[in-house]
Design a protein around this ligand. Sequence first.
Ligand code: 8YV
Length: 329
Amino acid sequence: MQKILVARPIFPDVIERLKQHFEVDWNNGEVLSAEELTRRLADKDGALTAGDPVGAAVLAAAPRLRVVSNMAVGYNNFDMAAFNASNVLGTNTPDVLNESTADFGWALMMAAARRVTESEHWLRAGKWQKWAYDGFLGTDVYGSTLGVIGMGRIGQALARRARGFNMQVIYHNRSRVAPEIEAELNAQYVSKTELLKRADHVVLVLPYTKDNHHTIGAAELAQMKPTATLTNIARGGIVDDAALAEALRAKRIAAAGLDVYEGEPNLNPALLTVPNVVLTPHIASATESTRRAMANLAADNLIAALGEGPNAGRPANPINPDVIGKARA
Ligand code: 8YV
């Protein structure tokens, strides 16, 4: 039987499924250190990860490893140049999380715009004495302009929600999406600068790459409206968190909603000191059914990649399909 490592605690029934195909080494405990991950991968044919960094050193120390299946759509934890150089296949879990993640992005944007958590903290602190005409005034969402940066599958799911809120949708992306999608979403392609200047609510849904590092920093925040909100459900590092904390403190923008952070789970401490930000612990895809679908898809990808039969080596979600069929280097 081939051997796999499951690097994280996941649903036990998915582990049982994997046991029907592989000898499974399951880390059902704390996050593995780089050394521990390297050690446990040394004799494995495959691995299931969830955000664990896998680079050249890990791959070099695991000569049998042929596939690493990430239980996430984002795979910036994989050094794809190293995967390609060693002919190791990476897989991810797109699509199954689109709607849950878009729902959550919407919730964060709404919560930031209408100061939901900020006012709750105030209430819990026993500060509610009387109604005030100017208590927790926020920014309207209905009828406003939504600016989506990153118009992939999740960005499109968000834009679809905007129709019910009678919003104007503008977007920026590496390239324009197909005209029929623009028409369906009633979305207008604009430059990043125009988007930042016009949007009432900016939502980030782009993948993390070196080129996207600090897509939003002090200069970009300065271009936004003082009444605008910024929501990040993409990846830490796309926003300069220190610059954002300062912009929120100085009220250069009204509020932010953040699910992802530079250096998470350790947040920039300045973010914890500003009231006008909604902070959640990277849970945009966290519904029971979506996390189950992600875990099962990650398992399916691993089984297909290492399996036998006509579809052997052909998982549904290869990140670097060019290595399929090539001998491990
Ligand atoms: C994952 C995510 O839960 O899919 C992604 O890219 O950010 C989340 O849905 C997280 O990355 C852990 O793998």
